[in-house]
Design a protein around this ligand. Structure first.
Ligand SMILES: Cc1ncc(COP(=O)(O)O)c(C=O)c1O
Length: 385
């Protein structure tokens, strides 16, 4: 029995999505830019996927652009906004807990002479609204804030953040990395009022290598990738046709199931946490379970253990979790998110991230907690020696 609890890193593709992609690769392989019938058929399929995603997000289909994933969407949005800005303005605001696909862009702009303000977060990962207000100045080009944190699940109050930004400087744009919120929590992009919003297919049971960028109507961004002018010139390159079709299908399914699935995993998270609390001592819960967090994410430190050792103990029993984010967990660096919320090194070292999907059952959780208990005990014994 394989138990997959690393659904923030990526998700297992749904069977319906696979079937749709197979059909597309077999029959509809025409280049969407070709003028013949096969090309037109492919173009039509892309249009349908775009409409499905726009419908799900309740925005205009002209506001949706396909990319290769969340990383590329973040790069296009942030870099285009900065390139388009008045050259005199050199200030950007972000948070200390962003995904590397945002933080590393910021580091690059710092090298080019831009000033980047990294907002602090409290012990559960929420930004300080007052600090944001004080940080916005006349030459602030952009504020880039993630919607749901990928390591601890904190949801930022994007609607309020946007209002504060626009009240202070109506020229400052707001980009939101929505990779972990899209398909996972309830929101309306139009109500939030964001300028650009990134999302990704492989986090919502779709294929890898495809994502999307919402750009508010009226905001014209120049490309950072040049070529054959696909995606209205914003993202050149032959479209990932079967990826886009699969993504559309994944979102079509989400449209009918996401509320139920979120409720279900929320209950499962509570169930698991209670079981862990009942059976394992000396833990620290890093996700604000009763606060504003994604029901899909649970981050816990098991004191006097090592997260990566625990991960492999679980893996031995075919249970898959992660230490922090998939991108940084291979490195030797400690999680910047757990550092930012003020965790001591010992708690950072013993942290694991559990990310749920609709496919996980209570039996999976019972088994996982039993293995977790044994593994924690064993690791603690070895570490005490
Ligand atoms: C918050 C966040 N942003 C961006 C990304 C990058 O998305 P992708 O893997 O589609 O490039 C991830 C993926 O882990 C993420 O969790």
């Amino acid at each position: 029995m394989l138990i997959y609890l690393d659904n923030c890193a990526t998700t297992k593709i749904r069977q319906e999505v696979l079937d749709k992609m197979y059909e597309c690769m077999k029959e509809d392989y025409g280049n969407p830019s070709s003028l013949h019938r096969l090309g037109l058929r492919s173009e039509k399929q892309i249009k349908q996927s775009r409409e499905l995603i726009a419908k799900y997000l309740r925005v205009d289909s002209g506001e949706i652009f396909f990319t290769s994933g969340g990383t590329e969407s973040n790069n296009i949005a942030i870099q285009s906004i900065i390139n388009n800005s008045n050259k005199k303005n050199k200030h950007i605001i972000t948070t200390s807990i962003e995904h590397p696909s945002v933080l590393n862009i910021m580091k690059n702009y710092e090298k080019k002479g831009f000033k980047v303000t990294y907002l602090n977060v409290d012990r559960f990962g929420s930004i300080d609204i007052e600090e944001l207000k004080e940080s916005i100045c006349e030459d602030t080009i952009l504020v880039s804030i993630m919607h749901v944190n990928n390591e601890i699940g904190t949801i930022q109050d994007i609607g309020r953040i946007n209002k504060i930004i626009k009240d202070k400087n109506s020229q400052t744009l707001l980009h939101v990395d929505g990779v972990q919120s899209f398909g996972k929590i309830e929101f309306s992009l139009k109500t939030l009022g964001v300028d650009t919003f990134s999302f990704s297919s492989h986090k919502v049971y779709g294929p890898k290598g495809v994502g999307g960028l919402y750009i508010r109507k009226g905001l014209n961004l120049n490309p950072i990738i040049f070529g054959g002018n696909q995606e209205k010139g914003l993202r050149s390159g032959t479209e990932n046709l079967h990826g886009i079709i699969g993504f559309g299908e994944a979102v079509k399914i989400l449209n009918t199931r996401h509320t139920k699935e979120a409720e279900y995993v929320g209950q499962l998270r509570k169930y698991m946490l209670n079981k862990i609390k009942d059976s394992i001592e000396d833990i620290k819960i890093n996700t604000d379970i009763d606060g504003n967090t994604s029901p899909y994410i649970l981050n816990i430190s098991f004191r006097n253990t090592r997260g990566e050792v625990l991960l492999h103990y679980l893996e031995d029993k075919d249970i898959y979790v992660s230490t922090s984010s998939a991108c940084s967990s291979r490195g030797t660096e400690k999680s910047h998110v757990l550092k930012s919320i003020g965790l001591h090194n010992k708690d950072i070292e013993g942290a694991i991230r559990i990310c749920f999907s609709y496919e996980n059952s209570r039996e999976d959780i019972d088994y996982t907690v039993a293995i977790l208990k044994d593994s924690v005990e064993e690791i603690r014994k070895i570490m005490m020696r």
